[in-house]
Design a protein around this ligand. Structure first.
Ligand code: SAM
Length: 257
């Protein structure tokens, strides 16, 4: 019974996540959804900046703090391990739903691309970005990232096994294709408003920070394989050299010699 309830919880959390992801596409692209990033402004610029910064920070803190191994060790004293990831996914979705609901549009256009061809190109690029995000989750393991694998294994009475280190497809070219996909999706727009620009800057800064924490954990978890990967694949921009990692490595070996 308990296992069935956990499976149900995982499925509901996943469904809420998936709906939130679809809404996010509409929210950022100002398509189809009742409230989007550039809905008509209702408050002063100062108030809007304050509220939006708060909403984005809440998501960033939830997403980063709850993903750290130390937090997970502490938290699983209270939350059963099989539903830890589903709960993380559910809380992240709730933070995003709050953001969509309370977002304060700002008005003010920073740039507009007049050419119809260029505008279509930018819109398509943004969709491609979201596509890269979705494909990347499947390259790592979509059902594990969103908690379904954990509740399914638990339901079947099977032991959870950690995901192996993998570098399929996009991961051969960059170490963080999922974040790169989001950056493309958020920056590629024919009409860049103040609200959209603020969203793009804040989320990009957040992802650049999150990468630092994530890579520290990945080096601890995968050891030398991830260190080698940092030397061979660039962080975000394909076909650039992973020079920073090389330099850091050189400095480490100079210190240890
Ligand atoms: C939300 S995903 C983002 C992955 C990556 N930062 C990206 O942008 O594509 C985060 C999870 O992916 C896992 N992960 C990241 N790179 C990986 C790799 N090369 N092989 C296996 N798991 C990986 C980490 O354990 C982390 O829990």
């Amino acid at each position: 019974m308990k296992k069935t309830l956990m499976l149900l919880y995982g499925i509901i959390a996943y469904a809420i996540f998936f709906g939130t992801f679809l809404y996010a596409v509409g929210f950022v692209s100002s398509w189809f959804v009742p409230k989007h990033i550039d809905s008509p402004p209702q408050s002063s610029l100062g108030f809007a900046l304050l509220v939006n910064a708060g909403l984005l920070s809440l998501f960033a803190i939830q997403h980063s703090v709850m993903a750290r191994p130390a937090f997970k060790r502490w938290w699983t004293q209270f939350v059963p391990t099989p539903i830890e990831r589903s709960t993380y996914v559910l809380l992240a979705s709730l933070c995003l739903i709050l953001l969509f609901w309370q977002w304060q549009p700002m008005g003010g256009v920073i740039w507009t691309v007049e050419s119809e061809g260029a505008a279509t190109f930018l819109k398509s690029l943004s969709m491609l970005g979201f596509g890269i995000v979705l494909v990347s989750t499947f390259l790592i393991n979509h059902f594990d990232l969103f908690g379904l694998r954990q509740v399914w294994l638990n339901f079947r009475g099977e032991k959870y096994t950690d995901l192996p280190f993998r570098t399929p497809f996009f991961y051969k070219y960059v170490r963080h294709p999922l974040y790169l996909g989001f950056m493309i999706a958020f920056w590629a727009t024919p009409v860049m408003t103040a609200a959209h620009l603020f969203f793009a800057i804040m989320t990009t800064l957040y992802m650049l920070t999150a990468i630092q924490f994530e890579e520290r954990d990945l080096v601890t978890h995968f050891g030398v394989r991830y260190k080698d990967y940092k030397r061979s694949a660039p962080m975000l921009i394909p076909f650039t050299k992973a020079s920073k990692a090389k330099k850091a490595d050189r400095e480490t070996s100079e210190v240890t010699v």
